[in-house]
Design a protein around this ligand. Structure first.
Ligand code: NAD
Length: 530
């Protein structure tokens, strides 16, 4: 391991390295997987899927439960690993990565039996009654998972574990900024297999490290489904490559989440929520508060209270447990935030607090910021900022709030604050995959709740039962219980048409007409089929 001050991950041919974003310390150097190595990992996963998919579901669920227990046993070390790689404060690493991953594993372990349960398919037509129809749910096979850096355990874990619980094997390509978190999870999973007495040759959870080309090799490799979580621009490229080979994909992309504060909201709670929702993980959360709309009557009180709460935030190295907010992940991310704030300022927005980098504490820190007088034409209000910036705008009535929240190209999540009945009524009008009433972000931690977006925020779902259903494909098996009986609709057709019409009238007609039709359809039974 080499140490030194490097603010950006270095890419050197086939090798790349990770950096602690708070200190600039060089962490670990990795070999980027080549196309051949990605193909080899997919082949190992294919081989593993055969034995893993053939295990009784209760054995797979036992491995997931053991995995959850081991994550919780190692929670302190794992949280520190998350913080070292992506900078978030320890408490966030503990709750939003380690705990969310463990609770996902427990949910999937419980839910797998329901998702995989064979269903019955009824046969309504009287001519098809002598059949028994089954709807089976089969694993799709090998699932590729490509994940971002901002929740380096929770995001890959939620996808990989849902796929594993339903009998699939997984090849995970984590972000090049946080590969160690993925390797740690792979290690814990292998330990769980050992502790359940299951020999691991090879593991159904494979990890390949690398940058974009490794992800591209996975998309183009022999996988059966892909879950991609990342930016809209990469998501579009991935979707195009997947379309080329008709690979089914789930896309979990960016957001520009709105928070609506109605004038009957509790302002103390709503301002705390806005500050936490915008600043946690330094604003680098796909479902963070990126736009806050506050009803005019309470607008100035809201702004004043929020500014006071932002002033109290302690910014620094997330490994210090007293810190509220850590650094941004890279100088590139810091530049995006700076550019959006500077553009808004130049176009007339007012910066009440923050609005500048904190170079005195490190190269990737940005001051928590509150902005008013922004408008919908600014990038700050339309593009994902992914930084600790809270723009607050006023609105007059519920209709205007809904129109503002529904503006723009994203639809990941939103929140509405106010008395329950009114806020819920407004929430149901928002075009987003998840809308929380009087809470923010926490929907992601509800293991049973689906996560995913509308509009450019993506397609398909992760988390919850819907997330698991992405990894199974239906198979209809129909068993004819009269195997020696030739069907009424087979050849020859000559002389069949009139009694066939009568048969349909018998099946769908009413009263006396139905009785007459039954008699007229009788010749069908007496006919000899070829
Ligand atoms: P990104 O798009 O830069 O990278 C995501 C992953 O894609 C990385 O592993 C990267 O190596 C890989 N990749 C890059 N080029 C590729 C290619 N051509 N083919 C295949 N894979 C490729 O995103 P990021 O910066 O890591 O993450 C931040 C973004 O992710 C934000 O936009 C955020 O909103 C979004 N995000 C969305 C969700 C969600 O659930 N909707 C959750 C977290 C983050």
């Amino acid at each position: 391991m080499e140490t030194g001050i490097h603010l950006v991950p270095r890419v050197m041919g086939e090798r790349f390295s990770t950096t602690n974003p708070a200190t600039g310390e060089l962490l670990v150097e990795y070999a980027a997987a080549t196309e051949r190595e990605v193909a080899a990992a997919i082949a190992r996963a294919r081989q593993a899927q055969r034995w893993w998919g053939a295990l009784p579901q209760i054995c797979r669920s036992a491995v997931l439960r053991r995995f959850a227990a081991l994550l919780l046993e190692e929670k302190d070390a794992l949280a520190r690993q998350v913080t070292r790689e992506c900078g978030k404060p320890l408490q966030e690493a503990l709750l939003t990565d380690v705990l969310v991953s463990a609770e996902s594993a427990l949910f999937y372990a419980e839910e797998a039996a329901h998702v995989l349960r064979t269903g019955q398919v009824p046969h309504a037509n009287p001519a098809l009654r002598l059949k028994r129809g089954e709807l089976r749910w089969l694993p799709v096979g090998v699932v590729g998972v490509i994940s971002p850096w901002n929740y380096p355990m929770a995001i890959p874990a939620a996808d990989a574990l849902a796929a594993l619980a339903t009998g699939n094997a997984v090849v995970l390509k984590p972000s090049e900024l946080t590969p160690q978190c993925a390797l740690e999870m792979e290690r814990v999973f292998i330990r769980a297999l050992h502790e359940e007495g299951i020999p691991v040759q090879p593991s159904p959870w494979q990890v390949v490290n690398g940058l974009g080309p490794a992800g591209q090799a996975l998309v183009e490799g022999e996988i059966d489904k892909l879950v991609f979580t990342g930016s809209v621009s990469t998501g579009r490229r991935v979707a195009q490559a997947a379309a080329e080979r008709l690979l089914p994909v789930v896309l979990e992309l960016g957001g520009k989440d709105a928070m609506i504060v109605l004038d009957d909201a509790d302002l103390d709670t709503a301002t705390s929520a806005a500050v936490w929702g915008a600043m946690m993980n330094a604003g680098q959360t796909c479902i963070s508060v990126e736009r806050c709309y506050v009803q005019r009557r309470v607008y100035s009180r809201f702004v004043a209270l929020a500014v006071e709460k932002i002033r109290k935030l302690r910014v620094g190295d997330g490994l210090d447990a007293e810190i509220d907010m850590g650094p941004l992940i890279t100088p590139k991310q810091l530049r995006i935030v700076e550019e959006q704030v500077e553009e808004a300022r130049a176009l007339g927005a007012t910066v009440h607090i923050g609005g500048h980098p904190l170079r005195e504490i490190g190269g990737n820190f940005y001051a928590p910021t509150l902005i008013t007088d922004a408008d919908q034409t600014m990038r700050l209000m339309n593009e994902e900022t992914f930084g600790p910036v809270l723009p607050v705008l006023p609105f007059s009535d519920d209709d205007e709030a809904v129109a503002l929240a529904n503006g723009g190209g994203f639809g990941l999540a939103a929140s509405v604050w106010g008395t329950t009945t009114r806020a819920t009524r407004v929430a149901r009008r928002i075009q987003a995959g998840a809308v929380l009433v009087n809470d923010v972000i926490t929907g992601f931690a509800v293991a049973a709740a689906p996560h995913g977006g509308m509009k450019q925020s993506g397609m398909g779902r992760s988390h919850g039962r819907l997330g698991m259903q992405e990894f199974v494909r239906p198979q209809f098996v129909d068993v004819d219980l009269a195997p020696r009986m030739k069907k009424l609709w087979w050849y020859p057709y000559a002389g069949n048409f009139a009694p066939m019409k009568a048969f349909i009238e018998m099946a769908h007609g009413k009263g006396l007409r139905r009785l007459r039709a039954a008699l007229a359809s009788l010749p069908l039974l007496g006919r000899k089929r070829t």
